[in-house]
Design a protein around this ligand. Sequence first.
Ligand SMILES: Cc1ncc(COP(=O)(O)O)c(C=O)c1O
Length: 381
Amino acid sequence: MNKVKIPKNRLRKLKTFTLGQKPYELQGVNPKKVKNNFIDLCSNDYFGLSRDNDVIKASYEISLSEGLGSGSSRFITGSRPIHKLLETQLAEWLNQEKVLLFPSGFQANIAAVQGLANRNSIVIADKFIHNSLLVGVKAAGSKLVRFEHNDLKDLENKILKFNSSQKSILIIVESLYSMEGSIAPLKEIAGICKRYNVELLVDEAHAIGILGTEGKGLSFDLSDEITMLTGTFGKSFGSGGAFIACNSKIGEHLIQTSGAFRYTTALSPALSAGALKSLQKIKNNNEWGINLLMSSQKWKKEILRNLSYPVKGESQILSIIVGQEEKAILLQKHLEKNGFLAIAIRPPTVPVNESRIRLTIRRDLNLDILNNFISVLKTFK
Ligand SMILES: Cc1ncc(COP(=O)(O)O)c(C=O)c1O
């Protein structure tokens, strides 16, 4: 263990906020009522479903009958009717042949890459894909090639470079990038993949429930052209766990071969039932995603109008780019002092000199909260 050296500038503290000392509000309730609390502007609980009574009740009730945890892997006693129900309903909603549940999105992404690539593959991935996908590429033993973020020409050039190598090629993108808040030109990417006959894996973690037709993600209208997609329940679903959606043949291949699927304790009944209830709510409230995107545009416009820093993001994920790490931390502290939780994101998570405050806009953040936030921002020196 003594050999493990962490560079000083990489040291992170787990507890950045005063969480635990003060309560925090997830939803935009009357700011007067929450003056002693924080307003959460950084979790991915986009619809506030983690605090929804029906979702909590579904998790609680199933725990009473089935136990809190599943107790073992899907191949032993871990498979429960709730898993089948959630998998079937998700598959139907997404118009996919097969859905498989995983305990986390990190794990689902590793399984997804390992299912589609191996030592003889070349993975061509967007420069900003999530760490879990990179870990998946390592686990698969594939050669990794990056293309510039959302750059179609660069993607095509990289495919052309390796297309005659006799190796199989897998392209990996996110539909909505978690740090940039940028949206992939998925239709064009899928078109390129089809033209060169290469596989495409899309991580829909931040898009599912929000973007695309009825919140079904950006892959939905391209399902014939996309090999596999992954989504998580830890964000818009307000629960935990994740899933892979694909055709039956690849699904069966994963069931038979994926260590990340086979050798892990199955998703808990509680989280599965919570995710199923959230799915029903999202299905019954198609307007949530659209309204969230509209509200996010308003936040972006107001921040830009009142602050001299650039703001990135085309969705519910917005970033105030302040540049230097120290400045980003100062802004985080200033917001915290004034009742807002919004986290500073620094290198290596984002490029050097692009440190930022990442904001996630959630369903019930109202105008009062926006106005209050803007006045606090204006007082930042
Ligand atoms: C783009 C992306 N993919 C995958 C994950 C992992 O999902 P989970 O939190 O369910 O492990 C995350 C979560 O941070 C993410 O942002």
